[in-house]
Design a protein around this ligand. Structure first.
Ligand SMILES: Cc1cc2nc3c(=O)[nH]c(=O)nc-3n(C[C@H](O)[C@H](O)[C@H](O)COP(=O)(O)OP(=O)(O)OC[C@H]3O[C@@H](n4cnc5c(N)ncnc54)[C@H](O)[C@@H]3O)c2cc1C
Length: 453
């Protein structure tokens, strides 16, 4: 497509990916209107929703760099070099994410969202219309139905390409499903989350090591903590919705104290506001959105609207930003919006599906496997192989977080690598060790050399 020409594009949703997509489009000369249901969070004290902080890694950083805003947030990122596992007896173990120069970053969701909105509005080609809620679309005519939440006026928008970045409960996706153009589902995880906090200590210092993601894995449930710039930690409790230890059984002060005394005794003393946090913060639902395709005519879904994933790989936002990067790369070679959105959906949906599956698997790794000897042996071996075959054997975590290898490739290679690790561990014994030559033969025959993206 010929870039720009002042053509107008509608984006529904001004959360994390809406403004990123708008900035990519504005760079190409398009005019963009973003319709956002919420109030402007820069003017009112509202939450940016979903979680207080997030982990941003390579894919997200690339998009922020490409739209020219990364340098404005980089000083507000806290590097996390690995996981610190807290055992029930209070002992801790550090598990690096990768090489010493590889890390993910904790960032405040609201600061990032505010930065993105402010940067987007710096160009007169982007407008954000707050308190404008989309109730759905007529996909045949391309009409978007918007309600002005301030005065109740109904606005109908027609004739512009529509990019739906309206999150996991997307109204545009619902219209696509209801009109029979696509099929889609929201599969609940059966577990939910609650945000809690650890304040700084009396000297205004972090109460835990700041450069790590902390995990208290307890089999069927877990607690995690990510650092914030004000030296507090946001702690997230993940519990099943029902069952012995679940949100349905932790209902009173006694239940809560007993849960923490039995399972998280080391952190209890660091959380003076535990009770208030637990009983006043909402319980967030988790699940996976899957769709048969992401496009209908001149409309397309991106971000959580297309592929909300559970948060255990720290990739929902990173994947959503990468959607914007990929869509932007495809614009120039497409013949029109319909063609672009169709090609995008074909190319990218397999990656959305792959990260959704990997994120589900990672929940089991985080809450359970990290405590198992076999898993730890595999991790050790994986690290050795990664050092020896750096462009062939890269851990799945590193492929996801420190590279831009398509998620679908990561998913497939991850399975092959897992089998190789299993094969080595199962066949290795003191009497008949698996030789270095045999391992090399296995790796060279099963894993191609990766172009390092
Ligand atoms: C507990 C938790 C922790 C997470 N941690 C991480 C992490 O560490 N790393 C990571 O990469 N991802 C993480 N995620 C995922 C991340 O939050 C999402 O993937 C990301 O926010 C998706 O961006 P988005 O723009 O698609 O949707 P959102 O950020 O949800 O934005 C959607 C926007 O659309 C607006 N909207 C909704 N409906 C309408 C409507 N009808 N009309 C107009 N506007 C509408 C909303 O108000 C919102 O502003 C986490 C998620 C959760 C729940």
């Amino acid at each position: 497509m010929k870039s720009g020409k002042n053509e107008k594009i509608t984006i529904v949703g001004g959360g994390l990916s809406g403004p990123v997509m708008a900035m990519y489009l504005s760079e190409k000369g398009y005019r963009v209107d973003i319709y956002e249901r919420r109030l402007d969070m820069r003017k009112t004290n509202i939450s940016a929703g979903r979680s207080i902080n997030l982990a941003v890694s390579k894919r997200g950083i690339t998009a922020l760099e490409e739209i020219g805003v990364f340098h404005k947030i980089s000083s507000k990122l806290i590097p996390m070099y690995g996981r610190i596992i807290h055992d029930i007896d209070g002992s801790t173990r550090f598990m690096p994410y990768g090489r010493p120069d590889q890390y993910i970053n904790s960032v405040s969701r609201s600061e990032l969202n505010i930065l993105l909105m402010t940067e987007a509005e710096k160009t007169d080609r982007i407008r954000i219309l707050f308190q404008h809620s989309c109730s759905g679309m007529d996909l045949e005519s391309g009409t978007v139905f918007i309600t002005n939440e301030v005065n109740g006026d109904q606005v109908t928008l027609q004739g512009t390409p529509v990019i739906a970045a309206d999150g996991s409960g997307s109204a545009v996706r619902e219209s696509m499903i209801e009109s029979g153009h696509i099929s889609g589902s929201f599969d609940p995880l059966g577990h939910s989350y609650k945000e809690l906090s650890i304040p700084p200590d009396k000297s205004d210092e972090f109460q835990l090591e700041p450069n790590a993601l902390h995990i208290w894995p307890r089999g069927k449930f877990m607690l995690i903590a990510l650092p914030n710039m004000d030296r507090s930690f946001t702690v997230t409790l993940f519990l099943p919705n029902t069952g012995d230890i679940s949100f349905s059984t932790v209902r009173s002060l006694d239940d809560l104290n007993s849960l923490f005394e039995k399972n998280f005794p080391d952190i209890l003393k660091l959380m003076p506001s535990l009770q208030t946090d637990y009983f006043s913060n909402p319980t967030g639902k988790l699940g996976t959105v899957r769709c048969s395709q992401w496009n209908v005519n001149e409309s397309v879904l991106i971000g959580d609207a297309a592929h909300a994933v559970v948060p255990f790989f720290g990739q929902g936002m990173n994947a959503s930003f990468e959607d914007c990067t990929v869509l932007n790369q495809m614009i120039d070679s497409s013949v029109g919006w319909k063609d672009l959105f169709e090609s995008f959906s074909i190319k990218r949906k397999i990656d959305g599906d792959a990260i959704a599956d990997m994120a589900l698997e990672n929940y089991i790794e985080m809450r359970d496997s990290v405590n198992k000897d076999r898993f730890l042996n595999q991790k050790d071996l994986e690290r050795q192989l990664e050092i020896k075959y750096p462009d062939q054997f890269i851990s799945r975590y590193a492929m996801v977080s420190f590279h831009q290898i398509p998620y679908s490739t990561v998913w497939e290679r991850g399975k092959v690598q897992h089998k190789i690790l299993d094969w080595i561990i199962e066949n290795n014994s003191a009497d008949t060790p698996v030789t270095a030559e045999a391992i090399e033969k296995e790796i060279k025959s099963k894993l191609s050399v990766l172009p390092l993206l």
